[in-house]
Ligand binder design. Structure first.
Ligand SMILES: CC(C)(COP(=O)(O)OP(=O)(O)OC[C@H]1O[C@@H](n2cnc3c(N)ncnc32)[C@H](O)[C@@H]1OP(=O)(O)O)[C@@H](O)C(=O)NCCC(=O)NCCS
Length: 215
């Protein structure tokens, strides 16, 4: 579990290089999202909650990210979830802290910096985390990362969540491409990306680079 959390957050929050390639047809459709607008100082912040058949995907606010880091049970209470006994690994706290600073510095881009909690509706439990690695760049590209609790692997949950996050991202203004990278031994992650419609754009000895476009 600890190792998984490390892998998960490393993958989600480390800075990946953005690559641009030819457009492909993903067949991804645009779906509506519940958008919560609120004001923080002079900035309007749009936080989002997406629904899939089995999951609710919640873009965490700065406060919720603090609870994720400092008091996971408080986060679960705030979201109306069952207490799971989960906690964030100590070594990951600076990583989450960095994401919080980025959200505070650029609140209008908070949804591109925050953690997204994947809540399994049936159990009212956080079973995975997803994140974009920053706002759209000049090539109108965002990068996605994700990780799920091993106890919930191979049930199609990551595919469901990544598919919805990609659909949502491609429906956002200024986004035309979503990219991802996988270690070339990470068969499960590669399979998730394939199922969602990503194609490989390039490879190194250790990594594969993927993309999906909305066109
Ligand atoms: C990658 C990860 C998110 C997948 O989560 P998941 O909920 O199990 O994914 P899904 O159930 O939607 O799909 C997994 C697919 O991989 C397949 N798979 C898993 N392990 C496999 C293996 N060793 N060999 C071949 N296929 C494998 C599953 O059969 C399934 O494919 P299928 O639906 O065609 O049968 C999860 O393994 C994880 O959290 N890993 C650690 C963090 C990580 O690697 N993140 C990604 C970084 S880019």
């Amino acid at each position: 579990m600890v190792r998984n959390l490390v892998d998960r957050l490393f993958r989600i929050l480390h800075d990946g290089k953005r690559r641009k390639g030819p457009p492909s047809n993903s067949g991804i459709s645009r779906t509506p999202a519940i958008v919560i607008d609120f004001r923080s100082g002079s900035h309007e912040i749009k936080m989002v909650r997406l629904e899939t058949p089995r999951l609710t995907l919640i873009a965490l606010t700065v406060q919720q990210m603090r609870w994720q880091r400092d008091d996971f049970a408080r986060l679960e209470r705030a979201l109306g979830l069952t207490a799971s006994g989960q906690r964030l690994e100590d070594e990951l706290q600076p990583v989450v802290s960095r994401a919080i600073s980025q959200m505070r510095r650029r609140p209008h881009h908070a949804r591109w910096h925050c953690q997204w909690a994947a809540v399994l509706k049936e159990e009212r439990r956080i079973v995975g985390s997803l994140a974009f690695k920053g706002p759209p760049n000049r090539e109108k590209t965002v990068e996605i990362g994700y990780g799920f609790d091993p106890a919930y692997h191979n049930r199609g949950l990551a595919t469901e969540a990544v598919g919805e996050m990609v659909r949502w991202a491609l429906s956002e203004e200024g986004v035309e491409t979503v990219i991802a990278e996988t270690a070339n031994m990470n068969v499960a992650s590669m399979r998730v990306l394939q199922k969602v419609g990503f194609v490989i754009t390039s490879a190194t000895q250790r990594y594969l680079y993927w993309k999906v476009t909305g066109r």
